[in-house]
Design a protein around this ligand. Sequence first.
Ligand code: FES
Length: 113
Amino acid sequence: MARVRFLDKNLEADVALGTSILAAAQAAGAPEGSACGGVCACSTCHVYVEKGAELLSEAEEDEEDILDKAFDVRMNSRLGCQAKVLKEGLIELRISKESLDAYFNEHPNEVRD
Ligand code: FES
């Protein structure tokens, strides 16, 4: 198991190895967008990994190509649907504004704090 913590939201989930960050967000109830349904065809699941990047799968070319078109990309940017937890430990991340915007557009009945 690994713990995935969403820093700005004060939410976390313990997940099995092999779980994606997007699935961890859903388990934690964290508002991470997923407009394409997790098939590496948008960038609405964009997150910033603040800790534990070495516990995640490496970014592949498809992910890099999508991130090239994302907003506010940083050194620690990942797509939540593509980054999978491969090792036990603690992963801390922040959800990008792009992803939050997408999530709340998709879930208009949820209150944004
Ligand atoms: S949900 Fe679309 S790329 Fe991750």
